[in-house]
Design a protein around this ligand. Sequence first.
Ligand SMILES: Nc1nc2c(c(=O)[nH]1)N[C@H]1C(S)=C(S)[C@@H](COP(=O)(O)OP(=O)(O)OC[C@H]3O[C@@H](n4cnc5c(N)ncnc54)[C@H](O)[C@@H]3O)O[C@H]1N2
Ligand code: MOO
Length: 410
Amino acid sequence: MKSVEQHVADVLALINDPEPTELDLLQAHGTVLAEAVVSPVSLPGFDNSSMDGYAVHAADLSSAAPDTPVRLPVVADIPAGDPSPTAVLPGMCARIMTGAPMPSGADAVVPVEWTDGGTARVTVDRPVKVGNAVRRAGDDVTEGTTVLRPGARIGPGEMGVLAAVGRRSVPVYPRPRVMVLSTGEELVEPGRPLGPGQIWESNSFMIAAAARDVGCEVHRHGFVGDDPETVLDTLEGLLVRADIVVTTGGVSMGAYDVVKEVLTRQGTVEFTQVAMQPGKPQGFGTVGPDRTPIVTLPGNPVSAFVSFQIFVRPALRRLRGLAPDPLPSTRAVLTAPVTSPEGRRSFLRGVLEESPHGPSAGATVAPALHQGSHQLSALAGANAFVVVPEEVTELAAGASVQVLRLPEPA
Ligand SMILES: Nc1nc2c(c(=O)[nH]1)N[C@H]1C(S)=C(S)[C@@H](COP(=O)(O)OP(=O)(O)OC[C@H]3O[C@@H](n4cnc5c(N)ncnc54)[C@H](O)[C@@H]3O)O[C@H]1N2
Ligand code: MOO
């Protein structure tokens, strides 16, 4: 059987480097920056007040005290946005608002709370240091500096700095478009009545959610039955809207394993067995004239989920312009014994509990009671996979194990 590492590498090799595109700032939220952003300006662009108060010459207030307050004439009123505030001469002051440009001459701001709030003359009863409540030009960003590097993910803070340096659009790797398709004659859309032998379709919802959590734009096509021509036509119709296609079901050894049947005929998709549990039957390749990558996951729901996290997630990260990292790994102590088939690496679902004193300090992992690849209830609530190596068939409670953390919902 093929190793997990080899299959991870094969799926990743399907993915070409993504092409950057210029997106409007708000649309770029959650995408990855393709080029460095250099600020064309300094921030702040001019010296300005950080408080509502009075712009003064600090030296005028050196003797100010409750017993000997200093009174200064107020010669101007400077709101934020004032294009050319009047200069302030020694012995005078100007009322100034937060964010308003400092008038020339003044070297400090007295907060309004230290004064009687006068508008023609103001009384101040304490001294002020030079530079008090003044935000200097360039003390945030100096013109010509790189504010964001390529690879930065555009979250709220990045969005803020981009707008602040005047960017309306940015070169980014757009969110990859993932098409999710399930197959199976037994499937029924949730919300519709079930007939005998039928089940509600769940894989495409689950995989769509997992792909969205990687930051992709997902189209859930839903599902098709086991008719080969319909499957092929549906796939071809989906390609124009997809950077990658993920299917579930129809890849094993059965008489109606339609995905395997139609894609084997195409000759561009390879079906294989990977030495893991769950998730043994796998397929990967390209489809259509543009050689769109396709990953065909097994139909058992837990198998599809595990396979997505191990093989598809790194590929989607690369498509997004991120490093194709695997799930983050840590170690923890098993709270209950587990078993695993010889020669296959198990990814058991579990609940990882980490100490507030850090990941290495007394983390435990409780394996879910139900580890069948159809047992979805144990997947809901799991936050980690317990990894049992190929050569190990059982582990006792108390054993130290490798644990992969599952992504938090976006
Ligand atoms: N003779 C063998 N049989 C099977 C083998 C094998 O090696 N030899 N492998 C087993 C393993 S392991 C897996 S995993 C499954 C994978 O089978 P398929 O990918 O062909 O999946 P299906 O047969 O279509 O479905 C399997 C199972 O999952 C349910 N299913 C499928 N799609 C959905 C969906 N969208 N939502 C909810 N549930 C779904 C389906 O009803 C089946 O119960 O093969 C084993 N068999
Ligand atoms: O490999 Mo299957 O995925 O065990 O159920």
